[in-house]
Design a binder for this molecule. Sequence first.
Ligand code: AMP
Ligand code: MG
Length: 494
Amino acid sequence: MITSTESVAEQNTVGWRFDNTYARLSDSLFAPATPATVRAPQLSVLNHGLARELGLNFDTLSLDAAANLFAGQVLPDGCQPIAQAYAGHQYGGFTMLGDGRAILLGEHRTPSGRLVDIQLKGAGQTPFSRRGDGRAALGPMLREYIISEAMAALGIPTTRSLAVVTTGESVYRASALRGAILTRVAASHIRVGTFEYVAARHDEPTLRALADYTIARHYPELVGTPQLYREFLRAVLKRQAALIAQWQMVGFIHGVMNTDNMAISGETIDFGPCAFMNAYDPNTVFSSIDRAGRYAYGNQPRIAHWNLARFAESLISLLDTDQERAISLATEALEEYPAVYEQHWLTGMRRKLGLQTEESVDIELIRSLLDWMLKSHADFTNTFRDLSTDPLPDRDLYRDSDFQSWHEQWQRRLHRDGRPVTAAYTAMRAVNPAVIPRNHRVEEALLAAENQDDLTVLHRLLAVLTRPYQPTTEVAEYQDPPVDESDYQTFCGT
Ligand code: AMP
Ligand code: MG
């Protein structure tokens, strides 16, 4: 670790305000961990826009100083690096895990008072690494950077990516790959699996302390309400329902919705084998290991409900001293989920179709469009964007008589909505993205970065993805779906 006074002084200009509130909780929730020394850290990408939002400024740092910082070779003043303990239901089976390759430096307090986790992913082994090397490869870290920043720009709650550095060392997967570290910024890294971990150890004082901590940090409006833990469960459930509905609206497929990858804050977290759907099909799945399609696009709402049931179980001892009563409270709360989710879904779909009033026929209108899209292999993103465009772009696909009769029905519905259709189209363009991170475009950016050290492709892609609703001419090349994606796969734990 580099600790020369010069580099420490340089780091002081960044504006960090570190606290370690999580590390003050029971020490059964984490283990001290130190980022590994790496040979030759080099900055790959740095998110200056996010830095500004966080009240941080890296302009004054030399490239070397920034690389050392984001590789964990120089620790900012006031941070206390730890690896968090957690458990998780992975593909349905329960495991005690813990962060095997992510080190939490602490929480930074932004100028507006927000507390955000600063975490280094791929910074070396931790006490939870088991047989893993604690490292990460450049491709997957850049992939998380691109997709998380695209999600943020789409307006979907998500962890953010502040920087990626290469380590100058190899990591060995199927072949030798360039090692890298991602700096992840999150509202927190408390997961459903964190609660499962404590509940599995039957440590009630810690469970209560964790719940109180999480409520104060993410649901402060609940502090002091009667039936606090039941209200906490209901609030988490509502936030998850809203989040999953937002994923569905843009065709985002998380790919590995294990309970350790579901954040209590309601942010999207852990971008492993995630991808965006091209042609609409609820069965779409990209993850190489998800052969049964457990985490397919159309299953995500159900899986979130299943995960929330695991969360509810972990809270049982807090809900009531009488176990039967606790179970019935948990069950009642869980039963609210389907209706809450459906409402978010319907509201989101109405907005995608430019509807501001509600009619009972809307659901049928939406369903018949989706049925037509499935039958016609229509691209999910482009269809909604085309519908937001006046006049409708001329594509063969839209000459289909089923589509035309649907379109007439929709136009009549828009007229009943009581605002000029042009106003509806404008509103639609604010919710139907022109661009999403298409897999083939993301792969192209990663290949250039990995093989040629060329980050220009990635930066061009990011420039477009960070303004997804903006109609500009340069987006055209990013809008086309791939010619054939039948064998496209994404990989986990890379
Ligand atoms: P993920 O698939 O990234 O959600 O990771 C699942 C679990 O495996 C987490 O506990 C990770 O910390 C752990 N893990 C993933 N990759 C590694 C690695 N290279 N070394 C150690 N632990 C890892
Ligand atoms: Mg994970």
